[in-house]
Ligand binder design. Structure first.
Ligand SMILES: Cc1cc2nc3c(=O)[nH]c(=O)nc-3n(C[C@H](O)[C@H](O)[C@H](O)COP(=O)(O)OP(=O)(O)OC[C@H]3O[C@@H](n4cnc5c(N)ncnc54)[C@H](O)[C@@H]3O)c2cc1C
Length: 600
């Protein structure tokens, strides 16, 4: 099973009210039947063409013989089914061959593919994201040359930012773009870690490359974005000669092995043709369009790999007889299934709280994106507010699922114990695959600096006010349920601690003590992530009580009880840490920062 479908439906239709989106003109042709239809199709393709080769692609990494790359044939077959389904351009207009699908529903579909096979799904997501950047910022000529191929699956896309010496600090990148007389550019430089940078799945690959035009200023303001195809493409979209983009080699990874990771040389022979997207010097801001979508995508991917591991370990625990309750002393007593042991329940409940909470967070972000980008029936201010809140939450949407998804996979291995450690069971691969997520698309540390150093204070702190106002609305709704009263009290206490901490850090930043304040930013990221996810757990609990408490279905009652118990777990067991984190943050604890390099 890729996901608990009852959970997905509950989140889409009861918690995030997907049907409300059909009030926006972009989505007005849709109804629940079309939403369910697309999700069912995605589920079918994911189950039939992606899931079956997940472990084979892990065992048989792509190979490079010095001339070309080969991947196992199942990857191309899955790609073709995905492309044929129209999901590569699901969010585009009907007139451009798209489905005008809301981001919320599209995210649900993407989640199914990541759960089935994150490596093969990686090629599809990168292509859609790259095409969407060209669509948003490219010239008409660039759109007509490249987009049809990218949206119909003939071409794939990549994002090429990282260089061997430049990862987190993109302002220092050195790939050069040399202007040519015809208005195009020649690129020269090397990029590293580029996912999907070469493969044998598509006819062509369209790289979006960050480079510095000769003579441009230093830093991020000197960075521009270029379309750099593997094969040149004429006005009719037909392939021309091979461009001077060469694969220097494949990298070998602990997870995500089915996706090629490449080192690419641009302009080794001085004729790497590239085409500027939009204006000079705006490359990073264009790329951020892609990266913000990609960051929600990374969070969602992490949540879903975590989710998959949770479901696998749950199934195992229900069927693995081992041991007895501590009180069971009879000699002839039968072993119980491990799901009956309190400690195994702890590990399953922790996973459930992390992964269902993470999925809710990513779907909430997707819904905010819909409101901001397409919400033409909303008041202008409401629409802008959704954008501001999404901006604030993006580092958390990327980081919480990435950190806790890996923790969930770690616990899944522990539930299976010996069987979890061997490759015959899928959970060790989930762990290896998921371990990438706190690293790429801005490391965990970089996200925490972005949150505490920048995002919190943008728009005079309006994002946080908007978040707190949504939190207060949920708390008010929850007050109607007696069963939630103790949890509400505990949560309110932690909100007070969080607010006090934020204020203390903000004042210190205002006093110019930047290094001191940001030294423990990762603690703050974790703290705020927990506050946000606990809020979503309360929101889910409120909606679950309203939706299911009067249902006569036994399944609904179990679903409701499970949601309430996971909410209880998250608030009682996970939120507790916030108090000690707040102490360290508010005293500007300098233990880590004071450690000298040569004391290690
Ligand atoms: C499998 C995989 C796929 C990838 N795919 C792509 C891709 O498709 N396209 C692409 O362009 N890139 C890709 N990347 C690159 C990825 O985005 C980078 O690895 C990431 O940005 C970090 O850069 P780095 O590895 O050079 O680490 P560094 O930037 O060297 O960071 C090393 C450590 O130092 C910390 N650090 C760095 N700077 C600071 C700072 N200012 N303050 C505090 N801590 C700091 C980091 O948090 C990290 O822990 C991929 C990487 C991997 C592993």
């Amino acid at each position: 099973m890729l996901i608990n479908r009852q959970d997905l439906n509950f989140l889409l239709y009861n918690v995030f009210n997907a049907m409300e989106l059909t009030q926006y003109s972009q989505y007005k042709e849709h109804d629940q039947a079309t939403f369910d239809g697309v999700i069912n199709t995605a589920n079918h393709i994911a189950q039939t063409y992606f899931a079956p080769h997940n472990s084979k692609a892990d065992e048989h990494e792509p190979q490079f013989d010095g001339k070309s790359v080969s991947t196992i044939p199942e990857v191309k077959e899955a790609w073709q089914h995905y492309a044929k389904s129209g999901l590569l351009n699901a969010s585009q207009h009907f007139k451009d061959g798209g489905m005008q699908l809301p981001t919320l529903i599209n995210s649900a579909c993407c989640g199914l593919f990541t759960s089935a096979n994150p490596s093969t799904a990686g090629y599809t997501f990168l292509t859609t994201a790259a095409a969407n950047v060209i669509n948003a910022f490219g010239s008409e000529d660039q759109k007509s040359r490249f987009l049809p191929g990218m949206y119909n699956g003939r071409f794939a896309g990549t994002m090429a930012l990282t260089e061997p010496d430049v990862g987190s600090s993109l302002g220092d990148l050195s790939t050069k773009a040399i202007p040519q007389s015809d208005g195009s550019y020649h690129l020269k430089g090397q990029k590293m870690f580029i996912s999907g940078g070469d493969q044998d799945i598509t006819e062509n690959i369209v790289h979006l490359v960050l480079a510095r035009i000769e003579g441009a200023v230093d830093g991020v303001k000197g960075i521009s974005l270029f379309i750099t195809p593997k094969y040149l493409v004429n006005e009719e979209g037909e392939l021309g000669e091979r461009n001077d983009v060469k694969l220097a080699g494949l990298l070998h990874k602990m997870g995500y092995r089915g996706t090629t990771s490449t080192v690419l040389n641009f302009g080794e022979d001085d004729h790497c043709s590239a085409y500027l997207i939009g204006e000079e010097g705006k490359g990073l801001s264009y790329m951020f369009k892609m990266m913000n979508e990609a960051r929600i995508g990374v969070g969602l991917g992490a949540a879903m790999i975590g989710y998959r591991g949770y479901l696998e370990s749950l199934e195992y625990a229900k069927n693995r007889p081992q041991g007895r309750k501590p009180s069971q002393k009879e000699k002839d007593s039968k072993p119980i299934n491990i799901i009956e042991h309190a400690d195994v329940k702890r590990m399953l409940l922790a996973q459930k709280s992390y992964v269902e909470g993470s999925l809710a967070l990513c779907l909430f972000a997707s819904r905010l994106m819909d409101e901001f980008e397409k919400g033409d029936s909303l008041e202008t201010e409401e629409r802008q507010d959704s954008g501001i809140l999404l901006d604030l939450l993006t580092p958390i949407v990327k980081s919480f699922p990435s950190y806790y998804g890996v923790k969930a996979n770690d616990l899944a291995i522990q539930v299976l114990a010996g069987s979890g450690y061997i490759r015959e069971y899928p959970v060790e691969q989930c762990y290896r695959d998921n371990r990438l997520n706190p690293i790429h698309e801005g490391t965990h540390g970089i996200q925490s600096l972005d949150l505490l150093g920048r995002k919190l204070w943008m728009n005079n702190g309006k994002g946080l006010q908007l978040l707190m106002s949504r939190v207060q609305t949920t708390l008010k709704h929850c007050q109607e349920h007696e069963s939630l009263s103790l949890l509400l009290k505990a949560y309110q206490q932690k909100i007070n601690i969080f607010s006090k901490t934020t204020m203390t850090l903000g004042q210190n930043l205002q006093n110019g003590k930047v290094d001191e304040t940001l030294a423990n930013s990762a603690l703050y990221l974790d703290m705020m992530g927990k506050i946000v996810v606990a809020w979503l757990w309360l929101e889910m609990s409120d909606k679950a009580i309203r939706t299911f408490s009067s249902s006569e279905s036994e399944d609904d009652q179990k679903f409701l009880a499970g949601k309430l118990q996971a909410c209880k777990y998250f608030i009682e067991w996970e939120l507790g840490e916030i108090s000690s984190q707040s102490e360290l943050l508010c005293e500007f604890n300098s233990t880590c920062a004071d450690m000298e390099a040569d004391w290690f």
